[in-house]
Design a protein around this ligand. Structure first.
Ligand code: FES
Length: 113
């Protein structure tokens, strides 16, 4: 069972809105959107481009490689029906923590309201 790991201070994200951190063998891209932080595996499941170099748009991060668009919350790619791994995140005060254990959906998530 993995534990929460401190990976960044919130202020490190406020300027660029994203940051790559490494925990063990996990390369994790953090995205600050509004007041929420999302964490996805940084290496795109398609052809290994860096998602942190992508564009955040409409609740998704668009990979710079071939424009697959991964939901920030679930990692799901609607058109391709594939899932980029995500990580659980919590922010306590100025401290961003993740559980460095990949979460992967095997089917489309329920539609959000
Ligand atoms: S490498 Fe990410 S979409 Fe192709």
């Amino acid at each position: 069972m993995s534990e929460w790991v401190h990976v960044a201070h919130l202020e490190e994200l406020t300027r660029g809105r994203k940051k790559v951190v490494t925990v063990g063998s996990e390369e994790i891209a953090l995205f600050l959107v509004g007041d929420r932080v999302y964490a996805l595996h940084n290496v795109c499941l398609h052809k290994q481009r860096s998602l942190a170099k992508g564009t955040v748009f409409n609740g998704r991060v668009v990979c710079p490689g071939h424009q697959w668009a991964f939901d920030l919350e679930t990692g799901w790619e609607e058109e391709k029906e594939e899932c980029q791994p995500t990580y659980e995140v919590k922010v306590e005060g100025d401290s961003v923590h993740v559980i460095p254990q990949r979460r992967v959906l095997t089917e489309a998530p329920a539609v959000r309201d």
